[in-house]
Ligand binder design. Structure first.
Ligand code: PEP
Length: 254
């Protein structure tokens, strides 16, 4: 499986960034060893699709319903129509800022799949849970309740392990901690989905930068990266993509 490097622009970016990103990424995308997905604010999906036809695009959230009286929300089918093929769901900032529960994330994942979008479901423990030795229990609990039963069915969804305390902080777990958590996630996916689980990439997210991307992306069971801040600078985003190994490790292999 090729690795996937996903950029999450959060509530950042404008048409000038779309143009700059398109200029720099377009020339490089065909020679990369990994797949790229950019998730800009929803208003920039269509302009980015027009300016940068070579890469996949995603939304940062969607509503569980296809239409209706939900002011300020966006439906999965609308993202699809704008040019998205993916959608980030259950990011810790949405869980914290909007009180999104695992059940809500699961309902959104169902809606995303129904609209033809590949869901990228985020899970991750807070600093307290890590300090108390509950990181794995928290993450596996989120995973069990946030993924719908058809999550591993072709086209399989994507899981992003993002420790909340590592996002935007410049801190990362140790390599051993990442390997242990990704291994636990893989085991849980296999227990639930059987052999189909191996089609689900498990990405790491949380302060991935050009300087640490190589060390993270070559760890067992790391199928790519979800990148926040560094995805706003084309050179940094491309440097992270360049660090992806030419052939991603097969799930389960050390
Ligand atoms: C994120 O928000 O998903 C993220 C990983 O952010 P950063 O890379 O800035 O830590």
């Amino acid at each position: 499986m090729r690795q996937i490097v996903i950029g999450n622009w959060k509530m950042n970016g404008n048409l000038a960034l779309v143009e700059a990103m398109a200029r720099e990424v377009y020339a490089r995308v065909a020679s990369l060893a990994c797949d790229l997905v950019l998730c800009p604010p929803a208003t920039l999906i269509a302009p980015l699709a027009a300016a940068l036809p070579g890469i996949a695009l995603g939304g940062q959230d969607c509503h569980a319903r296809p239409a209706g009286a939900h002011t300020g929300d966006i439906a999965a089918v609308m993202l699809r129509e704008a040019g998205a093929s993916h959608v980030i769901l259950g990011h810790s900032e949405r869980r914290a800022d909007h009180g999104e529960s695992d059940a809500a994330v699961c309902a959104k994942a169902v809606a995303a799949r129904g609209a033809g979008l590949r869901p990228i479901v985020c899970v991750g423990e807070g600093e307290g849970a890590r300090a108390e030795g509950r990181a794995e229990a928290v993450v596996l609990g989120q995973l069990a309740a946030s993924l719908p039963d058809d999550f591993a069915t072709d086209p399989a969804g994507i899981v992003a392990y993002e420790p909340v305390w590592a996002i935007g902080s410049g801190r990362t777990p140790t390599p051993d901690e990442i390997v242990a958590m990704h291994g636990a996630i893989r085991a849980a996916l296999r227990a639930r989905f059987g052999g189909a689980a191996d089609a689900v990439p498990i990405l790491y997210g949380g302060s991935v930068k050009p300087g640490n991307a190589g060390a993270v992306l070559t760890l067992p069971e790391v199928g790519g990266a979800l990148v926040g801040g560094a995805s706003l600078v084309a050179g940094d985003f491309l440097a992270i993509a360049d660090a992806a190994p030419a052939l991603g490790r097969a799930p389960g292999r050390g």
